[in-house]
Ligand binder design. Sequence first.
Ligand SMILES: Nc1nc2c(ncn2[C@@H]2O[C@H](COP(=O)(O)OP(=O)(O)OP(=O)(O)O)[C@@H](O)[C@H]2O)c(=O)[nH]1
Length: 403
Amino acid sequence: MEWIPWTVIIGVLLVAAIAGLSIVISKKRAEARGELPKKEAPAVEGVASAELVETAPPVEVEAVEAEVVEPQIAAPLEETALVEPIAPVVPEIEEPEKAASRLARLRRKLADSNNALARALADLLSSDRIDDETWDDFETTLITSDLGVGPTGELVGALRQQLRIDGIADPEQAKDLLRSELIKLVNPDLDRTLKLEHADGAPAVLLVVGVNGTGKTTTVGKLGRMLVAEDKTVLFGAADTFRAAAAEQLTTWGERVGVETIRSDEGADPASVAFNAVEEGINRGVDVVLVDTAGRLHTKVGLMDELGKVKRVIEKKAPVNEVLLVLDATTGQNGLTQARIFAEVVDVTGIVLTKLDGSAKGGIVVQVQRELGVPVKFIGLGEGADDLAPFDAEQFVDGLLGN
Ligand SMILES: Nc1nc2c(ncn2[C@@H]2O[C@H](COP(=O)(O)OP(=O)(O)OP(=O)(O)O)[C@@H](O)[C@H]2O)c(=O)[nH]1
């Protein structure tokens, strides 16, 4: 080793150092250009890794994550363009059918109904020979069609006598005779107009009453439509506070034709709701306030007293023009009993006979008018919004006879 001069050793070391340095520099440059993978930071584990965590601060990681999430949340441009703007729901105001045109339509419905009275009349008219047995059968069917014993006796008596005297053999003539006798029974002379006269500054008030489920709320809705069609301004009073759905049901009926409903919470005092409705009717200067009441059994004294109170409280504000008793025509004799008791409590001025489109027997029209001395003013012939018509004796009989 003594023969190698120191200058040579120093030169070799210098060359090696320069070469090493240039390799490190070229690696760094390659990293900077992305030609070489960067060193990954190892997972943070224990104290030994603390320095590495410092060099890659968590703030930077979070910032990267936020950038990644953002595009996933944002909806693509095409989707955004497809979303329709949500418009506020404005109920479309309907134009109800006028009273005159609904009569003819509903007459056909009556003719199509499975009506016992109509069937009895059709059977009689289609008989080849009318003998005692035919008359007996006819009489029995009339009684079971809710016409009542008295009116049935009158009808059969009149028909038998006239057919014998006049010797009518022609079925068309017999039919005409039957028609005129029936119209007499239904009594075309009764005043069936709805009383809407009212003093200046107070509306006409119509109070609608009856037992449960006869169709009161539906009738108020249908009547409101009919009045709107006759260019009257109307307000509903939802005094059926027993059933929350009733106020809702009435409001919906009103919204369809632009009639407002005055209502309160379930269980509120019905008399005070009725009072408020009439007061509001006065303030707004409307023509008619229609007050719906809760269904009640005529046998429940407390509930019948409450009904009397509703009427008296309304009368502190304005006279009640009409108390309309809604009877389900399919309940027959039971309907008559109800009618008598309601009439005692609230002085019924008109009957609305509903569900004559179903299995009703039809004859109830005659009986209820006789029992109460009060006319049937409207008939309901279906669940449709315009399936209510002013009652007309001739149209009714023609419907029964299928004319
Ligand atoms: N077929 C037929 N159904 C009717 C008629 N009138 C009402 N209805 C139906 O009878 C049912 C009861 O009607 P509502 O108006 O709720 O009876 P309501 O008397 O107010 O009932 P409560 O308040 O519970 O006493 C409903 O399904 C009506 O659609 C009609 O003339 N014919």
